[in-house]
Design a protein around this ligand. Structure first.
Ligand SMILES: Cc1ncc(COP(=O)(O)O)c(C=O)c1O
Length: 367
């Protein structure tokens, strides 16, 4: 039986193979592999699509967060409020610049940072709020921005899972001081290896980040600061530039698949994800299983029927050994991480695929 996968990266590449090969060939012929012309072209196209004043390509979403924090001057002694229900890179970046992650609990409905929990975590040492637009849905940016403004805090958006998401006419990444994106192959703007981008409102900050990603080099062989080697490869930028025009249609295809799931899962005893805010771009379709359900068994039963599934995330970061020292009670994140299950979600899903998933899930739950 052919497995219905979580994502279909090769299937997407097949749809645009000619364009990708042409983009690759162009870079091969020019030979400008490091910070070549396609990097600047992609940065400009990405910034225009986003409505950001400048974008800086880096070599991963993780580095986008690290360099964004460093660019804003966040470091030792500073606290950054973030969510424990995220991929480790979000908090890892805070620790990498020697700042302290402060975990605020999430909202039970959208799994994003709960603004009232963020407010309760603000201290005189707080420097920034780092919301994650989890699973493709934007955090409550109007309330988080208001909090940031009232307390003089920076806002760094982790948009790794939300390229193309929008709220009140403004895209994810165009709200805060910086928006950090990932082009990891499973992401909405799917890359061909590692890659990332930082979007800025302030072009001067962008100029600093541009130097920091290249060893802190502001002018050739002039180092005013210690930086990183974190450039976006020209080949990666060229391929992503060729793919960018397909992003909107692919996000629309994800929305369609989510609507099919909503309809097909309606009678099952699961909590379906809700689009509560703006344009959700469905990086994941994550349900909550009934209380007490044996998640590993449900996954095994799905697998027996040829359906992949994944747990994003099995534990909040507050329960992970590396982050436990910053633990705070986050009961909603704890409960959600015990019950969540992500179903296959990608732009090539058909209604029949979603129906197969729904039928298999019904059997797996004994419904
Ligand atoms: C929420 C979140 N933040 C950060 C990252 C890090 O991105 P990357 O894998 O490109 O380093 C990811 C994805 O991997 C992510 O899902």
């Amino acid at each position: 039986m052919k497995l219905l996968p979580m994502v279909d990266v090769a299937g997407m590449a097949r749809e645009e193979e000619e364009d990708l090969v042409a983009a690759f060939r162009e870079v091969l012929r020019r030979g400008d592999f490091i910070l070549g012309s396609k990097v600047a072209e992609f940065e400009e196209a990405f910034a225009a699509d986003l409505g950001a004043s400048a974008c800086v390509g880096v070599n991963s979403g993780t580095d986008a967060l690290v360099i964004a924090l460093a660019t804003l001057g966040i470091g030792a002694g500073d606290e950054v409020i973030t969510t424990p229900f995220t991929f480790a890179a979000t908090a890892e970046a805070i620790v990498r610049v020697d700042a302290t992650p402060v975990f605020a609990d999430i909202d039970a409905e959208d799994f994003n940072l709960a603004p009232e929990q963020v407010e309760a975590c603000i201290t005189p040492r707080t420097k920034a709020i780092l919301p994650v637009h989890l699973f493709g849905q934007m955090a409550d940016m109007p309330r988080l921005m208001a909090l940031a403004e009232a307390h003089g805090l920076f806002v760094i958006e982790d948009c790794a899972q939300a390229t193309g998401a929008e709220l009140a006419g403004r895209k994810a990444g165009a709200w805060g001081d910086c928006g950090c994106f990932s082009f990891f192959p499973s992401k909405n703007l799917s890359g061909f290896g590692d890659g990332g981008m930082i979007a800025f409102r302030d072009p001067e900050l962008a100029a600093r980040a541009r130097a920091l990603r290249n060893h802190g080099q502001f002018r050739r062989y002039e180092y005013a600061e210690i930086g990183w080697n974190s450039r976006l490869d020209t080949v990666q930028a060229a391929l992503l530039l060729a793919r960018l025009p397909r992003l909107a249609a692919r996000n629309a295809a994800r929305e369609k698949a989510a609507a099919w799931y909503d309809e097909l899962l309606a009678d099952l005893p699961v909590v379906r994800p809700r689009a509560v805010r703006g344009r959700h771009v469905w990086h994941q379709y994550t349900i909550l299983l009934p209380e007490g359900a044996d998640r590993a068994q449900v996954q095994a039963r799905l697998r027996e029927q040829g359906i992949a599934s994944a747990v994003y995330y099995p534990q909040p970061l507050t329960e992970q050994p590396a982050y436990r020292r910053w633990a705070r009670p986050c009961p909603v994140a704890e409960e959600v991480s015990r019950r969540c299950l992500s179903l296959p979600m990608h732009p090539l899903l058909t209604r029949e695929d979603c129906a197969r998933v729904a039928e298999a899930l019904a059997r797996a739950l004994g419904a």
